[in-house]
Write a protein that binds this ligand. Structure first.
Ligand SMILES: [Zn+2]
Length: 325
């Protein structure tokens, strides 16, 4: 009897004090507080010894090296992340079919959520899991009607596996592809955040929807005027809009453009380094202290959600986390 009583109390206690729900994040955002995301899972996993799939990067680590995925999430939580993101960016049905892993779509995506939730359960921290649903592999050669089944499938798997929110990582995608993803996400009863990338067209001195992972080291690709794109997305999306997978030098300008066109919550998680096959390179990288100094400017410009994309480590996130209020 005594044992049963203790167990019951433990469960109640856990529910009251350790279980984070999305409403906690929402309340913090509504009261003007800062939410800290995690950093780049791929680089952290490689640092911890995981091997990347050439085409599908870190998704299969959840099956091959779950203990390393666990450790990477744990490192970000210990650095102050309020939200950890599943390593499902490249585990999209479209890309997994293309590279011969069609029969593992549910397995990889579900395993990724399970690991993230286990880390949180064992950490006694108020942390939420964001499911990363992406446009990876959609490219622009595929018509929206052929994209939809894949987007719906990943949204469905991650939602049912129990993520607290979804981040649509529509980075490096055209307006058409992003709008198709937003349309699909509106069919689900879960909070949706949109992350997009931007790059500077230096000839016209204009910020564009597009991508340039590093101004010094990567080529730029443009899809259209950034401001116009925001005004299109807001017609079908009212959740947070974040700038991701972009050079840190364009982030503040991007935040200011979103701020002057959108009343919703804004966030940013730029890159640190650049991609050169087959690895993300963090040479000429920015230090945690410099990253923190930049992040202060994003917050001053109106960003409430801050974190890091490729090459951003737990030490960068730790430096940012002092901006929580
Ligand atoms: Zn990135």
């Amino acid at each position: 009897m005594a044992t049963k009583f203790v167990v019951t109390l433990t469960l109640i206690n856990r529910d009251l004090f350790f279980f984070m729900s999305y409403s906690d994040i929402e309340n913090k955002l509504n009261s003007g507080k800062i939410i800290i995301l995690d950093g780049g899972m791929g680089a952290e996993l490689e640092k911890l010894g995981a091997s990347m799939d050439n085409n599908l990067w870190s998704g299969r680590c959840s099956v091959d090296n779950p203990e390393i995925v666990y450790k990477a999430h744990q490192n970000f939580i210990q650095s102050g992340s309020d939200i950890i993101t599943t390593n499902t960016y490249a585990s999209t049905p479209i890309s997994m079919k293309e590279y011969g892993y069609e029969n593992h779509i549910e397995e990889w995506n579900k395993a990724s959520v399970k690991i993230a939730k286990n880390v949180i359960d064992n950490s006694n921290s108020n942390v939420c899991v964001a499911g990363s649903v992406s446009t990876y592999g959609s490219w622009d050669r595929i018509e929206p009607k052929f994209l939809k089944p894949g987007f719906l499938k990943q949204l469905s798997i991650l939602s049912e596996a129990g993520v607290d929110l979804i981040i649509l990582e529509a980075m490096t995608s055209s307006t058409r592809t992003i709008e198709t993803l937003l349309d699909c996400s509106n069919e689900f009863d879960i909070s949706i955040w949109l992350s997009i990338s931007c790059a500077l067209d230096r000839d016209r001195n204009q910020l564009m929807l597009g991508y340039q992972e590093s101004i010094s080291n990567s080529e730029a690709f443009f899809y259209g005027d950034f401001e116009n794109s925001i005004n299109e997305f807001k017609k079908i999306h009212d959740g947070p809009i974040l700038i991701a997978h972009s050079d840190i030098k364009v982030i503040n300008q991007g935040i200011q453009i979103i701020k002057s066109n959108y009343n919703g919550v804004i966030g940013a998680y730029p890159n640190n380094g650049f991609f050169k096959k087959p690895h993300w390179n963090v040479v000429e990288s920015i230090s945690p202290q410099e990253y923190y100094e930049e992040a202060k400017l994003w917050v001053e410009s109106g960003a409430q959600i801050i974190g890091g994309c490729c090459g951003v480590s737990p030490s960068h996130i730790k430096a940012l986390s002092v901006l929580k209020n």
